[in-house]
Design a protein around this ligand. Structure first.
Ligand SMILES: NC(=O)C1=CN([C@@H]2O[C@H](COP(=O)(O)OP(=O)(O)OC[C@H]3O[C@@H](n4cnc5c(N)ncnc54)[C@H](OP(=O)(O)O)[C@@H]3O)[C@@H](O)[C@H]2O)C=CC1
Ligand SMILES: CC(=O)N[C@@H](CCC(=O)OP(=O)(O)O)C(=O)O
Length: 340
């Protein structure tokens, strides 16, 4: 039985991880940690887990974490994970980090977008970007996974087949993204109060969001060319879910059926990407509470334009579900275990 722990267990993604892992037949949850002064029953923190998970959530202790676990999920904020990772790797533990700390390969780019110098450059290279649809073979062999961001997961999956096939113009990609409020984590700041979110809709960080370099990095690696997208996120008045409308200029007119065939082939064997028919647009409720990414396509042959609609649950395929998918791949479990 694989022994796993969660650091940052009190947050949104930590809670989702507990719920997924407690139904995983190959895993035993052995350690939960949060910023507490003394241990507290997880059922007291999340009453839904009362009498279901008999574990205490405790202040972090690296020796205890290492003694109790083979693998740790780090559900910590950006710029915090990198304090924990070196200590865990030194003790021979495997990690899946849900933060952005090990996603960007260039430490200068990390510093530019996260406003802090990277403290663990030594391990950056060892981390595999945990998008199974692109890196499954590398994930199988690694002990450390940088779980992708929520917006980048939906964006990269929606864009990569068109760019790799060569008909999408790498300089002509515009991502219009919308996220539910859990995407922001549990942070309490006035703009996330329900009075400001309910009955409202707003954009933020247009063309200056920290997920732009992550999307660009991965699309550039996949195409071996420099890709620079326009990325405009919005905050939706819903709890969970991400819907992205992605406009991709085509280099020449391509028949809609040909575009669809390329996407279908790309994702033919993927357990968690569902291609919808041409012109069929996914909605949030098709994917919330699931680990699926649903993709719909519209092709305007005259305007030489491909419009992709990509939907995920930010807490599942965008975070905790994908993290468990990565764990399943690392340990040779069926990839769908506890997820479908
Ligand atoms: N929410 C989402 O949709 C997604 C989140 N992510 C990433 O996953 C990570 C976790 O996100 P999420 O669960 O939403 O965040 P939350 O803010 O909900 O939870 C973060 C947890 O980290 C703990 N924490 C905060 N600061 C520290 C610290 N200095 N040392 C130790 N623990 C600390 C907090 O513990 P405590 O409660 O004890 O104070 C909190 O429970 C983040 O990096 C986020 O960017 C990735 C994809 C999607
Ligand atoms: C709605 C909302 O505020 N979303 C967050 C997403 C942050 C997040 O979760 O970041 P990672 O996916 O990189 O871990 C934001 O835009 O900053």
């Amino acid at each position: 039985m694989l022994r796993v722990g969660i650091v940052g267990a009190r947050g949104f993604t930590g809670e989702e991880l507990i719920k997924i892992l407690m139904r995983h037949p190959g895993v035993r949850l052995t350690y939960l940690s949060a910023t507490l002064t003394k241990p507290e029953e997880i059922g007291e923190i999340f009453p839904a887990l009362r009498d279901v998970v008999g574990l205490k959530c405790e202040p972090f202790n690296v020796d205890k974490a290492a003694e109790k676990c083979d693998l740790l999920f780090l559900a910590l904020p950006h710029t915090v994970s990198m304090d924990y990772v070196p200590k865990l790797l030194k003790r021979g533990k495997k990690v899946v980090d849900l933060s952005a700390d090990y996603r960007l390969k260039n430490p200068a780019v990390y510093r530019q977008w996260y406003h802090k110098a990277h403290k663990d450059i030594k391990h950056l290279k060892a981390f595999v970007y945990g998008l199974p649809e692109l890196y499954r073979e590398r994930i199988k062999k690694t002990g450390c996974v940088a779980n992708p961001g929520c917006y980048p997961t939906a964006a990269i999956l929606g864009i990569v087949p068109a760019l790799v096939a060569g008909f999408g113009d790498k300089d002509g990609v515009i991502i219009d993204a919308k996220s539910g409020v859990t995407g922001a984590g549990k942070k309490v700041s006035p703009e996330y109060l329900s009075v400001h979110v309910n009955e409202n809709f707003r954009g933020y960080k247009f063309n200056m969001h920290q997920h732009s370099p992550e999307i660009n990095q991965e699309l550039s690696r996949a195409t071996l060319a420099r890709v620079d997208v326009v990325f405009c996120p919005h905050l939706l008045p819903v709890n969970r879910g991400i819907l992205e409308t992605i406009y991709i200029r085509l280099k020449k007119s391509v028949p809609a059926q040909q575009v669809e065939a390329v996407y279908k082939k790309f994702y033919k064997t993927e357990p968690f990407v569902r291609m919808r028919g041409l012109g069929v647009l996914p909605q949030l409720t098709d994917v919330t509470y699931t680990n699926f990414c649903d993709i719909g396509l519209v092709v305007d042959e005259k305007k030489k334009l491909l419009i992709v609609s990509s939907a995920i649950d930010n807490l599942l395929k965008g975070a905790s579900g994908q993290a468990v998918q990565n764990m399943n791949i690392m340990y040779g479990f069926d990839e769908r275990t506890a997820l479908a």
